[in-house]
Design a binder for this molecule. Structure first.
Ligand code: LLP
Length: 453
């Protein structure tokens, strides 16, 4: 991926500031004094100002990633998957960068609409859309709705007419297994999303949709899984989906003009070791359209327009989390634990999926010697581990600050109220300025939701 924006370094002593490299944002700079800046903002200063745990989002990194997708895939429509993380500022950046938005709930839809996101560029999907969500989507005039089950067909048809049709896609399961964990592999049968291609469920559902005068079927939709590091699964999906398009053409005489391959493009969470698989956007951008054109030619079909829905690949590397160390404990069996002021309530991914992360000391130079440390959270579970077996300076002590990169996707969006710790604040960094986007959640926030006792 060519995702390195050319940025001015905002240090006064520019020679001393060096880029940090993968998996940090391209703007990340470090100095011998142990300072780390992102978007020109000193993370230790931000931690003092906004308190910890703190999440930072590098606006330029996010925008550069949006542009990289649009440049690499000029013929395709790129929709940001809101589930990775959404807030009003981000919605504006997405609109300005010319992307569409994939939402999967009334909350995401309402937030985007309230922020002024163009509704025709919104796609709503989900395996359990409520009648209210469908009504809201129609009222707001969202561009596309992805049909995931048979019940939705008459339900949506009742809200539409031939004069005011709704553009819809059909979610299908191509039978391709991909993704970092069983819990996120959605391209295979035996999970809750979509209609299977094998066995004919998808073909039968197409027939049902085509019977509805108010539904304009524009294409097929699939999502294989998440944190996929190879292009191969997408090529197999293209093969299977084009076969289905050919069957649809043969059976119903229609050619569908759109093909949505979902998201799932992986990003590095730890510095890549030689030989590590990494998702390559440029390879995807060349091989997928070539394969699609080739398979369509074989089946004598018009080539449909490609849609992609990356979430993590746009926002993940733009985020950094900062924690304060509250205790360092050495146990009898020779292990060292650094307990920080956040944990599984702001990042459930290690506990849920065994996800790996990088971590580094910031705010002071550390001792040159390192030791193996488990960075653990503050929650009441032994499984509340943020980074297992990290190498950190041997003099790590309470009061130190630790920064975790690749924190932009599926962390704040999956954060919980566990132990009433409260979800962290989010700050945008850009050109040396730190802008508070979301304030920290307080006990008052929890209390104000209580209506009786
Ligand atoms: N489109 C659809 C229909 C999806 O279901 C998803 C993610 C995406 C796009 C975006 O996928 P991405 O490009 O962000 O991988 N909580 C898990 C990830 C769950 C992904 C769910 N669907 C994690 O933290 O790894």
């Amino acid at each position: 991926m060519s995702l390195t924006p050319v940025r001015a370094c905002l240090y006064t002593d520019e020679a001393a500031a060096v880029p940090v490299g993968t998996p940090w944002p391209a703007s990340a700079r470090t100095t011998p004094a142990g300072d780390l800046t992102v978007g020109g903002v000193d993370l230790a200063e931000a931690a003092d100002r906004f308190r910890t745990p703190l999440y930072l989002l590098d606006e330029d990194e996010f925008r550069a990633r949006c542009r990289a997708y649009r440049t690499a895939l000029p013929g395709a429509e790129v929709l940001y998957a809101a589930k990775a993380f959404l807030c009003s500022a981000l919605t504006e950046w997405i609109a300005e960068e010319g992307l569409g938005l994939d939402v999967c709930s009334e909350g995401e839809l309402r937030l985007a609409a309230a922020a002024g996101f163009p509704p025709e560029r919104i796609l709503l999907h989900g395996n359990a859309k409520s009648p209210e969500e469908l009504r809201l989507a129609r009222r707001l005039r969202v561009g596309r709705i992805v049909i995931d089950n048979l019940a939705e067909i008459p339900r949506l048809a009742a809200l539409t007419s031939a004069d005011a049709p709704q553009r819809v896609l059909l979610r299908v399961v191509p039978g391709v297994s991909a993704g970092h964990h069983d819990a996120v592999r959605t391209g295979v049968a035996g999970q809750k999303f979509g209609f299977t291609v094998a066995g004919g469920d998808a073909l039968a559902a197409v027939g049902r949709v085509l019977e509805q005068p108010g539904l304009l079927l524009t294409g097929l939709h699939c999502h294989l899984g998440s944190q996929i590091t190879s292009v191969e699964p997408y090529l197999t999906a293209v093969d299977r989906l084009v076969e289905l398009l050919a069957d649809i053409h043969a059976r119903h005489g229609v050619q569908l003009p759109e093909l949505d391959l979902g998201g799932g493009h992986g990003v590095p969470y730890v510095p890549p070791a030689p030989g590590d698989a990494e998702f390559d956007l440029d390879e995807f951008a060349v091989r997928v359209p070539v394969r699609l054109a080739d398979r369509c030619k074989r089946h004598r079909l018009d080539v449909p327009r490609l849609l992609v829905e990356p979430g993590r690949a746009l926002v993940g590397p733009a985020g950094v989390a900062v924690y304060r160390v509250l205790a360092v404990k050495q146990t009898g069996d020779g292990r060292t634990f650094a307990a920080v002021d956040g944990g599984m309530s702001d990042n459930p991914r290690p506990a849920l999926y065994g996800a790996e992360y990088s971590v580094r000391l910031i705010g002071r130079p550390g001792a040159p010697q390192t030791r193996e440390v488990d960075v653990v959270g503050r929650h009441c579970e032994a499984g509340d581990v943020l980074v297992r077996a990290a190498r950190l300076p041997a003099d790590l002590r309470p009061g130190d600050l630790l920064a975790v990169p690749t924190a932009g996707a599926y962390q704040l969006s999956m954060a919980s109220g566990y132990n009433l710790v409260g979800r962290p604040a989010l700050v945008a960094t850009q050109a040396g300025r730190a802008r508070l986007l979301i304030r920290r959640e307080s006990v008052e926030d929890f209390r104000t939701r209580e209506v009786s006792r």
